[in-house]
Design a protein around this ligand. Structure first.
Ligand SMILES: [Zn+2]
Ligand SMILES: [Zn+2]
Length: 417
């Protein structure tokens, strides 16, 4: 232990140990200051209060972890390993005052299989305007933790079943269906327990499992949360004729019905169900899709709603098209609401008059429509809705697909904001 004090004729005794020292704010000698500051304790401490810092090594490839994604080879007592150890010591990374400056670092021998490192550090710091330099031996622990590369390889070798969750929507449409499933999975630890690996892919996710039964339990859960068709296929990977075993890999494809809440869906003539040949709004998505007529018949709320099962959808997939998704809605201002029924249900039909918010102060264009949101809106409210006058009006392909009795509404209100 040594102190670098400015050369001065006057010296005072340290107030703690009595050794003669240059006068300073604390009236203490450098070694007493260092002790009080607990330099050794500070350096020894690991992250978040652990009694020691830890280095991580992959048992398979023997590489050491530098960052979350980067592992590298480093020999025992090598400069590379020393750098990894120094980076693992929080006190050396800390920017809190007083800052520690590393002057020198070297190895202290440890038994190779002890899973311990010892490094000798010389650090310098300023405590109460006194420069203190001290040499400290710090012990670190080494722990095994599989690196990402080895984990990936392990998964590729061992997985037996794959669940492919897909929702095919146009790239610019919001992907609320997948997001909802992701959130449900994030909350359910039990159901994620057997997932070996998750890959994000275009239009969905791949989940890997050790066995088909895990994959099936997983897809059964997904099916309860979202509307989907589930299909399992198998592929022979290798066969051993001597002991009559076969190595199969299974793929469970979960096709999520592409509709999300608030989508405006064109149901072409010929589709089964009471909304055939009409435009419908997706009001809710659970294990089935809940649809509401976009232009409900007055006083016929029940006739205007339908549940679409994944089976029914995939049987007539070609007869359903997403006309617009919620990112195409614009704000309308409600001018007048005339309730058509006295219901206490979730929805209530009403005749409403609205104007585009952007038209205010520009023109006097107003639109009339029948909405299921009668209970929820009052004159003056701003409601998001589809502007079909500006976007779909005159599209013969759309009109061709619709039933004769269906009058294309000017506006379809979706939700109050
Ligand atoms: Zn002292
Ligand atoms: Zn590894």
């Amino acid at each position: 232990m040594q102190a670098v004090a400015p050369l001065t004729a006057v010296q005072i005794p340290c107030c703690l140990c009595g050794v003669l020292t240059a006068p300073n704010a604390a009236n203490q000698c450098a070694s007493c200051l260092a002790q009080e500051f607990d330099l050794k304790g500070r350096l020894q401490r690991g992250p978040s209060g652990a009694p020691f810092a830890t280095t991580y090594q992959c048992r398979e490839c023997r590489r050491f972890r530098r960052t979350e994604k980067h592992h590298e080879h480093a020999g025992p007592e090598s400069p590379e390993l020393l750098a990894i150890c120094l980076k693992a010591i929080p006190a050396l990374q800390s920017t809190a005052e007083p800052r520690l400056h590393l002057i020198d670092a070297g190895w202290v021998w440890t038994e190779p299989h002890s899973m311990r490192w010892k490094v000798r550090l010389t650090v310098r710091t300023e405590i109460q305007a006194v420069t203190v330099q001290q040499r400290v031996v710090v012990e670190l622990h080494n722990a095994f933790r599989q690196c990402n590369d080895c984990n990936r390889e392990f998964t590729n070798r061992t997985w037996q079943a794959l669940v492919q969750l897909r929702q095919k929507r146009s790239d610019d449409a919001p992907k609320k269906g997948l997001t909802a499933l992701e959130m449900a999975l994030a909350k359910n630890k039990e159901i994620r327990k057997h997932v070996l690996k998750i890959d994000a892919v275009r239009n969905g996710f791949d989940f890997y499992f050790l066995s088909l039964s895990y994959a099936q339990a997983f897809s059964a859960y997904l099916q309860r949360v979202g509307p989907m068709r589930v299909k399992t296929s198998k592929k022979l990977v290798s066969q051993d004729f001597t002991n009559n075993t076969a190595n199969m890999k299974y793929t469970v494809v979960c096709d999520l019905v592409p509709f999300c809440k608030d989508d405006l869906v064109l149901i072409k003539k010929g589709a089964k169900g009471k909304l055939s040949g009409r435009l419908a709004l997706v009001t809710k998505v659970s294990s089935v899709v809940h649809l509401m007529d976009s232009s409900p018949k007055r006083e016929a709320l029940l006739d205007s709603q339908m549940e679409l099962s994944p089976d029914a959808y995939y049987k007539q997939e070609k007869l359903y098209t997403i006309l617009q998704a919620s990112n195409r809605t614009i704000p309308f201002v409600v001018l007048d609401v005339d309730l058509l029924e006295n219901s206490v249900e979730k929805y209530c039909l009403a005749d409403v008059q609205v104007a585009r918010q952007s038209d205010f102060g520009v023109n006097d264009e107003v639109f009339n429509c029948v909405t299921h949101l009668g209970h929820l809106i009052r004159p003056g409210d701003v409601v998001m809705g589809y502007d079909l006058v500006a976007t779909v009006g005159g599209d013969w392909e759309v009109e061709e697909s619709l039933h004769n009795s269906f009058v294309l509404p000017d506006v379809v209100l979706v939700k109050k904001i």
